[in-house]
Ligand binder design. Sequence first.
Ligand code: PLP
Length: 395
Amino acid sequence: MKTSKRLKGIGEYYFSQKLREIDDLNKAGRNVINLGIGSPDLPPHPDVIRVLQEESEKPGVHSYQPYKGAPVLRKAMSGWYKKWYDVELDPDAEILPLIGSKEGIMHICMTWLNQGDEVLVPDPGYPTYSAAVKLAGGTCISYKLTAKNNYEPNFSKLEKLVRLSKGKRNRKGAIKMMFVNYPQIPTGRPPTKELFEKLLAFAKKHHILLVHDNPYSFILNDRPMSLLAMDGAKDDVVELNSLSKSHNMAGWRVGMLCGAKDRIDEVLRFKSNMDSGMFLPVQLAAAKALSLGREWHDQVNRVYRKRRDKVFQLLDVLTCNYSKEQAGLFVWASVPAGYKDGYAFSDELLSKASVFITPGGIFGEAGKKYIRVSLCTSLERLDEAIGRIKKHLLS
Ligand SMILES: Cc1ncc(COP(=O)(O)O)c(C=O)c1O
């Protein structure tokens, strides 16, 4: 079969391929230590699992659910936004539960992009933004995030990109949307109020819809922040959030889109044609997860903090440079001297030490000289990785 034109230039997702390769190596007896993907290895809170179990045993829960999610879940999401981010969201109108925030990225692009519409995407950034823009027929305009600028956008360069876009002849549309994500993946840069204010002012000035992807705000980040908390943000911002990382529920596939009623209704027009509401017990258990207090997040973060210290040790052994002021589930570091780029380094580490880390280049050109190490591995496995590196790579 000939694949559709829209798939041109779109490969299988990097991790989808890489995990297969690692699986093959493991089948051949290699026991690879995977420090690549950010899939929490710790379980959700026991009460969350208990709700899923108890609710699943009830007879009336197996039918289709409302396209807009169960009211109890939307209410829990609204309460969660108020409690942690001080953002008021109408549970009936301003929240759309999602099967993970990743699908929301696609829905957003399918809802608002016409052929050739331009979208600002971060480089380095989560690869799904650019894939979804392209699949929806849009055009990516990448904006660089550099260590020199603390991984914040350079606003005078953004203005230049807007001018260039407006100046193109026969263009169908100027820049329509901008993806932003703080705490930023892969660089770990946490947000600041000043940054959010600047982003919002830029969006308002140029009538650009800001799509803020916010799944890491609870991980190694003392102050969870929402872009929707800025004055007047609902006119220009939609925000994606997720329970995958904050509640150790990546496999459960529960996320949300938050924003003005009209924006939510527009996305629902697309999404309700793609899928139905989630299994009710999953929604009820997710509501339970969202009611957990600070102790839950403190406990999760204590584990990640210890692991991060260990990852710092591992990076010191490798002589990589990195900042200790990073939020999220990863550590972003430069490639050690002597390697062409992160791909070459990652390949060598995998082949010699059976340790996998993510080459920064998968997040864009600007990430080529970097690597990203995940914190989703036990201290014991991290120690083992350090031992293997010393033995097989450095000796
Ligand atoms: C920046 C970013 N956004 C979104 C997602 C997707 O998360 P979810 O599990 O909610 O689909 C990820 C997952 O790794 C991510 O890193």
